[in-house]
Ligand binder design. Sequence first.
Ligand code: PMP
Length: 498
Amino acid sequence: MTMATSNNNHRVHPASADAPARGGAAFDLRALLDGPGADPVGLMEEHINPSFARVLRTIGFDPTYVRGEGAYLFDDQGNRYIDCLGGYAVFALGRNHPVIKDAIRQALDLDLPNLPGVGPFRTAGLLAKELLAVAPGNAGGAPPGGAGLDTVFFTSSGSEAVEVALKYARVFTGRERFVYCSKSYHGLTLGSLSVNGNADFRDGFGSLLNASEVPFNDLAALEQELRRGQVAAFVVEPIQGKGVHIPAAGYLAGAQELCRRYGAVLIADEIQTGFGRTGAMFACDHWGFVPDMMVVAKALSGGLVPVGAVLTRRDIHTATFSSLDRCSRMQTTFGMNDLAMVAGLATLHALRTERLVEHTAHVGDYLLASLRERLAPYQMVKDVRGKGLMIAIEFASPKSLGLKVGWNLLHSVDHSLFCQAILMPLFSEHRILAQVAGHRQDVIKLIPPLVLSKADCDQVVNALDATIGACHTFPGPAWEVGKKLTAAAMKRMAPAKA
Ligand code: PMP
């Protein structure tokens, strides 16, 4: 018998003579990246998404990045950028965190028995246990009998986790409908798209699931929809990503109470807000709120291996996985793969040992207060809000007539152009990468890695002060950027020549 029986008993098994040789010629990634034909925007234009490539060129977000570390990106000209977009909130720990890299290397060196299929998944079990231990309501130990968040289903993306949660809810309630909030974002697969509160994403993709939209923070509207009947679940982000909208104090608890009264479940989408982003482990924790189901993804990856998860109550889980022949009724090939699970375990480890949740609360307060103070004099700045390192700057139409001309001009073409006209010099002159918070919103959003320092914050505040300040003189050079964007947008909208 030559089979290895434990981790301490690694015997090398020579390959059979008739097995193909492994590792023929060496693979040289560096040479590939540095070789001819590796221009990133050119490749994107030719093989992935020409429209996106053209947008990158138009707005000048097209440097050749060569490295990422912590809160920074570096390009081939030696420029360093502060990354306030953070891969859309993936990089909680910062890019290429040494602990995550080391954990992945360890996993590779251990030749783990990845994806046994019909067999036990050890790393998934370990990550599920750790996730549940930090889940809302479970801090002092999970409530008995599976009354709190109690089981985990792993996926490979946030949207996929939302799909799973919607299916759990349908089986548990025996109902079909969903309720979601205006401006919500839960993903773009057909099921998750059905509960997406942005028409721009839904338009053109045909009929979706039976779902109704209600305003965020409006319990009366929610009750009205629940009363219409057949609602399986209300899906809600505890803090909305598109625009950073924060709920009133009793909103989440009130929504859950209504769901219980009308026999629906509440799914909290913590895909963006989870793992310290808002200065608490989960945004739900700010209000001591425990949802019936919670979906997570993004930051759990450590920024390196995609992963998502649905945390749910035992009774909701059991309704779907109700018998031995239904034990694999929902499954996904890569869901419990070792590298993703190890990245998740290492992420929780780093968050804990580096006290990043506390750091985020502290630095986030500092950034928010500094922005509020410095941007207060500007008439077009309507609001600066956020929690932790999820911060929005909202703009509104100016009072002065001169500025109104510029504002109206940009808004007559496209609602996101005004913010983009600020983001472009922020990027090209100040080397800070940030984003417009969503369609049809005059909101700039900052979701940098949680490892941001106070010195980084000062740089971000100075740069925003300068770029937003420049927009408050019309006509002026800042509006030239707007004019350029307007011309490009008009060209895009012009009917193509036959
Ligand atoms: N929910 C929220 C709140 C999100 O922010 C996102 C991603 N931006 C998703 C769901 C979808 O996740 P993914 O892109 O991994 O499918």
